[in-house]
Design a protein around this ligand. Structure first.
Ligand code: SF4
Length: 256
C-alpha cells in the first residue's frame, strides 16, 4: 500500500518537473527566435506565431462581443455559442485570478458567472418534454438526521417537511420531471450519463455549479444557488420558486 502511495506522489512530482522543463524550453526557444531574427526560418516562425496569436485574440474578442451583445439585446445570434463558450473558457480562469488580486470574493465572481450562463440558456428558448428535464439536487439539502437513503432512490423520501427534499420531490412529481440527489460531482456526472436529459436544473453552491456548468456543455443547464443558513454542505436550503421557474422555462409554462 505504501509503495502505491509513493508511486502516486512520484507521478505528480515528475509531471510538475516536466511542466517546468517544458516552460523553460519554450522560453529558450522564444529567446533563440528573437535573438537570431536575421535567420529566415526564425522570421517565418515568428510571423506564424504572431498570426496565430492575432487570430486567437480576434476569436476571443468576437466571443466576448457576442456575449455582451446577447446579454444586452436579450437575443442570441445563431452560431455564436461556440465563440461565447470558448471566450468564457479562456477568460474565466484569468478573471477569477484577477478578481482575487483585486480582493473580489471568489463566490461573488462565480455567482455572476452562473447568472450570465443562466441568461444565455434562457435566450436559447429550448422546448423540452418533462421527462427529459433532470432536476439535480445536492445531498446537503437533506436534513442531517434523516435516516432515509435518498441518494440511492429519491422516492425513499417520506416528504415529512423537515427539509426541502420532500417539497422538491412533490414539485418534480407534479411537473413530471426527473429528480436525483447527488453526493458530489462524480455522482452528478454519473446521473447525467444514465438519465441522458435534454435539460438540467442544477441546485448547488457557487463552486459546484460553476464547475458543473462548464463540464456539461451539450445540455442546457440552469443553475440555482442553494442557501446555507447553517454553513456550507450542512442542512442547506433552496428557493423552490426559483426551481419551479427554471422547470417552467424549459417546459415553456411561464413563471410560478
Ligand atoms: S423531507 Fe424527506 S429527506 Fe427530508 S427529512 Fe423528511 S424524509 Fe428525510
Amino acid at each position: 500500500m505504501k509503495k502505491m502511495y509513493e508511486t502516486r506522489k512520484r507521478l505528480f512530482i515528475i509531471l510538475m518537473a516536466f511542466s517546468l522543463l517544458t516552460l523553460v524550453l519554450i522560453f529558450l526557444f522564444a529567446w533563440w527566435l528573437v535573438s537570431k531574427q536575421y535567420l529566415i526560418i526564425n522570421q517565418i516562425i515568428l510571423t506564424l506565431a504572431l498570426v496565430f496569436f492575432i487570430l486567437l485574440f480576434i476569436f476571443i474578442a468576437v466571443g466576448l462581443f457576442f456575449l455582451v451583445y446577447s446579454l444586452w439585446s436579450l437575443n442570441i445570434i445563431k452560431g455564436s455559442n461556440i465563440f461565447i463558450k470558448n471566450a468564457i473558457d479562456f477568460l474565466f480562469p484569468m478573471a477569477l485570478k484577477l478578481g482575487k488580486l483585486l480582493g473580489i470574493n471568489d463566490e461573488k465572481i462565480k455567482n455572476s458567472y452562473i447568472q450570465v450562463s443562466n441568461q444565455l440558456v434562457r435566450l436559447q428558448q429550448p422546448q423540452i418534454s418533462p421527462d427529459k428535464i433532470l432536476v439535480l439536487a445536492p445531498h446537503c439539502l437533506q436534513r442531517v438526521q434523516c435516516p432515509h437513503k435518498i441518494t440511492v432512490n429519491v422516492n425513499n423520501c417520506r416528504c415529512c417537511g423537515q427539509c426541502p427534499i420532500g417539497d422538491l420531490l412533490t414539485l418534480c412529481r407534479e411537473k413530471g420531471t426527473q429528480l436525483v440527489v447527488a453526493t458530489g460531482g462524480t455522482f452528478a456526472r454519473k446521473f447525467i450519463k444514465e438519465k441522458n436529459p435534454e435539460a438540467i436544473v442544477a441546485i448547488a453552491c457557487e463552486r459546484d455549479l460553476t464547475s458543473g456548468i462548464q463540464d456539461v456543455d451539450k445540455v442546457p443547464v440552469i443553475g440555482v444557488v442553494n442557501e446555507r443558513p447553517e454553513g456550507p454542505c450542512f442542512n442547506t436550503k433552496v428557493n423552490l420558486c426559483q426551481v419551479e421557474r427554471s422547470i417552467n422555462f424549459f417546459l415553456k409554462g411561464g413563471d410560478c
